[in-house]
Design a protein around this ligand. Structure first.
Ligand code: ITT
Length: 192
């Protein structure tokens, strides 16, 4: 069986990546390696943070490591929260409340936004590969749906549904993470 460690503590991301990988893999995550210190995400780009997380886990575990650095870029906020999406407010619910409050006077046509995901696959011997995926949408005025995680309940797709109204399979077919993952597949299949 192929083995990979997800350099992530985000349960939502881990579930989505695990489903995308499918059968035939032994998948570990940060929870299996409590001795590895938390990686400080101090790069100013998704690419920099993804590479930092993947490199740290590949070196510490001597396994291939896959890291995901992602976030929400809102046009009316000049790209914020961006790389700071996880740190925009203390909890998921407070992050959505803060986003809706910041956009309260912004009309529907100006609420455009996108999710971005950068994946980094790093080998224990120091090889690294980065892929990127984006997903276009807009920020709604209220939460809708019960699936997914993070900003999904207020991220409205061109279909009019929020990301939270999609099943995991439907989300992965069009999401930033799904696109970045499919671009990474050839490299993942070379993992032994
Ligand atoms: P790890 O670094 O441990 O992987 P994290 O949550 O700190 O977990 P990031 O620094 O990459 O991860 O922050 C990404 C944040 O962007 C995440 O916490 C969500 O708030 C948001 N986000 C990313 N992908 C998302 C998605 O598919 N749906 C909703 N929100 C998402």
């Amino acid at each position: 069986m192929r083995q990979v460690v997800f350099a992530s503590s985000n349960a939502g991301k881990i579930k989505e990546l695990q489903a995308l990988l499918g059968e035939g893999w032994v998948v570990k995550s940060a929870a299996d390696f409590p001795q590895i210190p938390e990686v400080i995400e101090d790069a100013d780009s998704f690419e920099g943070n993804a590479a930092k997380k993947a490199r740290a886990f590949a070196q510490a575990t001597v396994l291939w490591a896959l890291a995901d650095d992602s976030g929400l870029l809102v046009d009316a906020l000049e790209g914020r929260p961006g790389v700071y999406s996880a740190r925009y407010a203390p909890t998921e619910s407070e992050r959505i409340d803060k986003l809706l409050a910041e956009l309260k006077d912004v009309a529907a046509p100006l609420r455009t936004a996108r999710f971005k995901c950068v994946l980094c696959l790093a080998s224990p011997s120091g090889k690294e590969r980065l892929t990127t995926g984006t997903c276009e949408g807009a920020i709604g005025f209220e939460r809708k749906g019960s699936h997914g995680f993070g900003y999904d309940p207020v991220f409205v797709l061109p279909s009019g549904k929020t990301m939270s109204e999609l099943s995991r399979e439907e989300k992965s077919a069009l999401s930033h993470r799904g696109h970045a993952f499919r671009a990474m597949l050839p490299e993942l299949l070379s993992v032994r």
